[in-house]
Write a protein of this length. Structure first.
Lengths: 188, 1000
């Protein structure tokens, strides 16, 4: 099997924060009521069920609350097929749809000192970056494209958007992170 | 003449000279100067021409209220017009040009307008250009358009960069004078997150400048102490050069930061637009001084009294060597004292009031200044600048009592609270009779969604003019905005002498005759005079909003900051009403103009618009594809080889598919997964045909209509398993159709068990089409692609060359065709393998135009070509795709409407031109018969037209009245500027009507 290419081949930009495209990973989109999703997921993943608008990470697996009837699982790409099967089995008669969407998105990580990573997004997303908590997930727009992001326990922000607009997303993220354009407004 | 003083100027650094040019002449100023102070320092008092009469204009103010000193900044290619010299910070290398003059500022041909000013009264547009009728289009409008506008537009694209910034604040304070600083401190002490913005580069506003000489040091310490206290608070963010542009609903505040205007640098945005959500906004924007309407009050050298002392004290510049003060209040005496202590002659203070006995006039008298009470200005003397003033009794008609030589006039008609921000979101005003100003009515504040006030106002903007009073007000307001009370000590504000009340003076002299009133300017930028407003009143304009538009009072780029109240008062007098009865015009954002660049933000150049790229995008680019935008995607239109035109490339690509094999990037097609026990039932409602009867492993072409029956999308549906379908949509329709599905599922059929997922981008899709398509795929090895294993309109999962794929046997070209879906992350790799494998078979990549020609040869419709939102499937001869068995589908009932079943509808046919020529796309067919009114009757329209390389002639599809009933008939298509093209109505299927080629 051929390697799985990411949209930008691991693009990287070092400004006042580091913006890098993440390596290929696995993603499973889930639809269903959370009353059905919860049991199906906990048996298949062994990950705690996230509260509204939050993401829970354990080891190399994360589970995100995406909407009242939608979840997203992030996991190593070679575990996807097996996990989709287990979720579907775990759901039993419950109406749950699990779909491999590993290649559908581009994933970026923004890391750096202090409020730098948050500041990059505060130039592009109409979000209160001051009050956004660690492991809180926000679905919003990144300049002109839909995107979602969350802040990991190490302070790194993960941004996901659709694969076709990866180059656009990288362009606006790197512009926002250019050295000398720091504002520092989130430090107060 | 104006000049730089030998000492003084607390904003400038005399050790840092900065060179700049104005109208190609080089001057020198100092770091810390504004362009206005540097020009005055260099002796330049004539800086522009007025809009209508091209009157010479000098600098009136020292801040954002400036109406006159508008310049074009930067070299021609990146000119920024209408920039206020008073807020433009000087930097080394700045270039500025004056505006609205030709050939030069000193000798301006447009000034001839003054000679004919009698014929350019208020509303002259509406009166003058009526007859002869045709002259408007050919003579008047072109001339007006050429003379309209002050500054030139840049000739090149803006090379600078901009950005947006989203922020939140518990309390946002607009204005960094003593009131704003104090309010921010009080709010900050309550523990709230405070953002304090100041439009100018300095903190403290007028506090130091307006302090009396012996209190200046203390005033400076006050500002420093406030600033130090704020800077020590981690919850307070301070921002200079940031103008609060507007306040909107839900605490949304727009601020415009001039990041690097004063120090241009590569890679740094020029402006930054702050979009702040604030719980509470405190407006501390101070006050604006008003001029007085006296004859020739627009001459260069006439300046606001407050501005004069700004220039003297902040920049070490005097507007003249002998400055006469004209006032109706005590405050202007500060200017007299300021000038006097700078060693400038003040020949007289002309005070319109009968007496002036307050502390400030007394100090002026003590300083030896001649105070003339009860006097006014009969006329300012001079042509291009002030040469003297003639005095008269204020109560007179203007009989001259004395003449004083001077080269500048400092005028003060009192101050008006800067209430604009308060008003933006609905704050109401009240008229203060004693002070003659409008001030915010605290009981009628802008309210938020909860019905509570979210904007507060303090200091001079709240009508609390004295610094000490303003600071005390600000402390209360700031603390209240933070939901707390004033805590801790606040830095002391120096005491100021008590001021006697002003006397409203709207006209000077009070009994001025019409000749004099025609020389009294209210709006300096738009050339609106006292006589214009009076004329409007005489002509029946009672509403201030109408008068504003009729006379253009306050409609210039300064939005009437210095002219508003004076104009209202003149109108009130002419209407014999009180000022509050006349009311004010509406203040709207922005407070001062902000750049288009800031509004655009990062959305320019490569970030102008998101461009969607398929996984194979870089391959197309490397192959020199010409692009076609489809939705936000870019798709290869064709792949011209060296020296090949696009037309030639398309022909070659079409023939490659017909004769050998072609490869197409079809990744942009929408792919929506529909799954659930009710999925079949759901799709039966969405599509016109039956989808629930489709067998797993099979594909079916389907049509979707809106509730009104109109065709909105089409595509192939594949049944994956009992509960699962994959719906292909058009490229542009994917997001829309997914939203359409969710709309029905969430709002109408919420109890149906159906899930959807838009998987468009999860998969790359590659079409391999042509007689040799199977051979190419088989050479990769893997799954069985024989007609038996994978028949036409079937699909199968398997592997090709080691890639996991799903292959659909569907055809949009009429040839043997496979569409291969592969995970997006491997699409490029598979594409490369297929391209390499295709070489042996003469395979060519083909683009969207070849795709269109191929489908048109087959008579396949294209959404957006054959459909336009008014076409139903029946019009297109697609009755076979409309189920007769189903009780319902979206659009079914609409399609039964009388108009939809009208036998006279335009319906799809093919066209063969008699001479083989290509019909223009969109050409209309006409009937030989006239309609009932004797007009030419249109009976059809070309929907698609191409040159068919396969048939070597022009082919077209068209919607023609009763088209299918007229087979063989010849109809005419008139062509503008050429002979009509005659075409024969034929079947739209030009190629392989039996469909044998695709089914092998």
């Amino acid at each position: 099997m051929s390697d799985i290419a990411t949209a930008l081949g691991g693009a990287r930009y070092e400004g006042f924060a580091l913006v890098e495209e993440a390596p290929a990973g696995g993603m499973i989109a889930l639809r269903g009521d959370w009353s059905d999703l919860g049991p199906a997921l906990s048996s298949a993943l062994g990950v705690e069920i996230p509260q509204t608008r939050r993401i829970v990470t354990e080891g190399e697996r994360s589970l995100a609350w995406m909407s009242p009837d939608e979840a997203l699982v992030l996991l190593p790409v070679d575990k996807v097929a097996e996990t989709v099967r287990r979720i579907t089995e775990g759901a039993g008669d419950a109406f749950v749809t699990a779909t491999d969407v590993s290649d559908m998105r581009a994933v970026f990580r923004i890391s750096g000192e202090g409020t730098g990573p948050r500041e990059v997004l505060s130039k592009l997303c109409p979000v209160d970056m001051r009050s956004l908590e660690v492991e809180e997930l926000r679905r919003t727009r990144l300049s002109q494209v839909p995107a979602a992001f969350w802040i990991g326990r190490d302070g790194t922000i993960t941004v996901i958007c659709f694969r076709s607009v990866a180059a656009y997303a990288f362009e606006v993220l790197t512009r926002a992170a250019r050295p000398g354009t720091e504002v520092g407004h989130l430090a107060s | 003449m104006s000049r730089r003083l030998t000492s003084g100027g607390r904003y400038i650094d005399r050790n840092a000279p900065q060179g700049f040019t104005f109208d190609s002449t080089t001057f020198e100023g100092y770091a810390g100067d504004t362009l206005a102070s540097a020009l005055l320092g260099a002796g330049v008092t004539l800086v522009g021409r007025s809009f209508k009469y091209h009157r010479p204009r000098g600098i009136l103010a020292a801040g954002p209220e400036e109406p006159n000193a508008l310049v074009a900044l930067g070299p021609k290619e990146r000119t920024e017009p209408n920039q206020r010299a008073t807020t433009t910070e000087l930097f080394d290398g700045l270039t500025a040009r004056s505006q609205n003059r030709w050939p030069s500022l000193k000798n301006d041909v447009g000034a001839l307008n003054q000679a004919v000013s009698k014929f350019l009264p208020a509303g002259f547009y509406y009166k003058t250009f009526i007859q002869p009728r045709h002259a408007w289009k050919h003579l008047f409008e072109p001339i007006i358009r050429r003379s309209a506008g002050l500054g030139p537009a840049p000739t090149h694209a803006d090379p600078d960069e901009y950005e947006h910034l989203y922020d939140t604040a518990d309390v946002l304070v607009a204005g960094g004078g003593v009131a704003g600083l104090t309010a921010a401190l009080a709010a900050g002490r309550a523990g709230k997150r405070v953002v304090l913005v100041e439009q100018m580069p300095h903190w403290g506003g007028r506090l130091v400048t307006d302090a009396l000489p012996d209190a200046k040091e203390e005033a400076g310490e006050t500002v420093a102490a406030l600033l130090a206290a704020l800077e020590a608070m981690p919850n307070v963010h301070l921002r200079t050069r940031t103008m609060c542009a507007g306040i909107y609903d839900h605490g949304y505040v727009l601020c415009h930061e001039r990041v690097s205007d004063h120090a241009p640098a590569a890679g740094i945005p020029r402006h930054r637009l702050w979009k702040v959500r604030a719980d509470q906004v405190v407006v501390a924007t101070g006050a604006i001084e008003r001029p007085i309407a006296f004859p020739m009050n627009d001459l260069p050298g006439v300046m606001l009294a407050g501005a004069v002392r700004d220039y003297v004290e902040c920049y070490g510049v005097t507007p003249g060597d002998a400055v006469v003060i004209v006032t109706n209040n005590d405050d202007a005496y500060r200017t007299a004292l300021s000038l006097k202590s700078a060693g400038i002659a003040v020949p007289a203070v002309v005070d319109a009031r009968a007496s002036a006995d307050g502390a400030l006039p007394a100090m002026a008298r003590d300083a030896g200044i001649d105070v003339r009470t009860g006097q006014g200005v009969a006329k300012v003397l001079g042509k291009m600048g002030v040469e003297g003033v003639q005095l008269c009794a204020q109560g007179s008609a203007g009989e001259v009592t004395d003449t004083i030589a001077c080269d500048a006039v400092a005028v003060s008609g009192g101050w008006s609270p800067a209430v604009n921000l308060w008003s933006h979101c609905g704050g109401k005003l009240r008229w203060r009779e004693d002070a003659a100003w409008f001030e915010p009515d605290a009981d009628k504040a802008p309210t938020g969604a909860d019905g509570r006030a979210f904007v507060a106002v303090c200091g001079a903007a709240n009508g609390r003019m004295g610094a000490r009073d303003a600071a005390a007000d600000a402390a209360d307001v700031g603390a209240a905005a933070a939901g707390g009370e004033v805590t801790g000590d606040l830095p002391g504000v120096p005491e100021a002498p008590e001021e006697a009340p002003l006397e409203p003076v709207w006209l000077m002299p009070a009994e001025a005759q019409i000749e004099a009133r025609e020389k009294m300017w209210l709006d300096f930028q738009n050339d609106v005079k006292v006589s214009d407003v009076e004329l409007a009143a005489r002509e029946g304009f009672e509403s201030v909003e109408h008068t504003k538009r009729y006379t253009t009072l306050g409609m210039a780029t300064d939005q009437g900051k210095t002219s508003n109240i004076n104009g209202l008062a003149i109108l009130a007098k002419a209407l014999d009403e009180g000022v509050p009865q006349v009311g004010t015009t509406t203040f709207r954002p922005p407070w001062t103009p902000l750049s288009f660049g800031a509004i655009v933000g990062e959305a320019k150049g490569p970030a102008f618009q998101p461009l969607r790229r398929t996984p194979m995008d870089s391959w197309h680019e490397a192959r020199g594809a010409t692009w076609e935008p489809v939705g936000h995607w870019r798709r290869p239109y064709c792949y011209p080889r060296r020296a090949e035109s696009a037309e030639e490339a398309v022909e070659r690509e079409v023939l490659a598919v017909r004769n050998h094999v072609g490869i197409l990037d079809a990744s942009t097609l929408g792919k929506i997964l529909v799954r659930g026990p009710d999925a079949g039932r759901f799709l039966d409602m969405l599509y016109t045909n039956m989808m629930s009867s489709l067998k797993p492993g099979r594909c079916r072409y389907g049509l979707m209509c809106s509730e009104n029956g109109f065709l909105m999308d089409d595509g192939v549906v594949a049944r994956i398993d009992e509960q699962t379908f994959l719906c292909h949509t058009t490229t542009g329709g994917a997001d829309r159709i997914h939203a359409w599905m969710e709309d029905w599922l969430q709002c109408e059929w919420w109890d149906w068990k159906v899930h959807t997922a838009n998987l468009t981008e999860a998969w790359g899709q590659i079409a391999v089409a042509g007689p040799k398509a199977r051979k190419v795929l088989e050479s990769l090895g893997g799954m069985d692609l024989s007609a038996e294993a994978l028949p036409f309109m079937g699909w199968a999962d398997g592997t090709l060359g080691g890639f996991d794929v799903r292959v659909y046997r569907i055809s949009f070209s009429g040839e043997l065709s496979f569409e291969i879906a592969v995970r997006a992350g491997q699409a490029r790799a598979l594409w490369d393998r297929l391209v390499a494998a295709g070489d042996a078979h003469g395979m060519a990549p083909y683009g969207t135009e070849a795709l269109h020609v191929l489908r048109a040869e087959k008579g396949f419709i294209m959404i957006g070509d054959e459909s336009d939102g008014t076409v139903i499937p029946q019009d297109l001869g697609l009755d076979w795709a409309i189920s007769k068995k189903k009780n319902d589908y979206l659009g079914k009932r609409a399609q039964a409407r009388m108009h939809m079943t009208d036998a006279g509808r335009w319906r799809l046919v093919g066209l063969e031109t008699l001479e083989g020529e290509v019909l223009p796309d969109g050409a209309y067919a006409i009937s030989n018969e006239k309609d009932e009114w004797g007009n030419t009757r249109t009976i059809g329209r070309v929907t698609s037209s191409y040159r068919s390389p396969t048939l070597n002639r022009g082919i077209a599809m068209a919607l023609v009245e009763k088209g299918p009933e007229r087979m063989g008939e010849v109809i005419d298509f008139p062509i503008p500027g050429a002979d009509p093209i005659a075409a024969r109505i034929v079947s739209p299927v030009f190629y392989d009507p039996e469909g044998e080629k695709q089914n092998v």
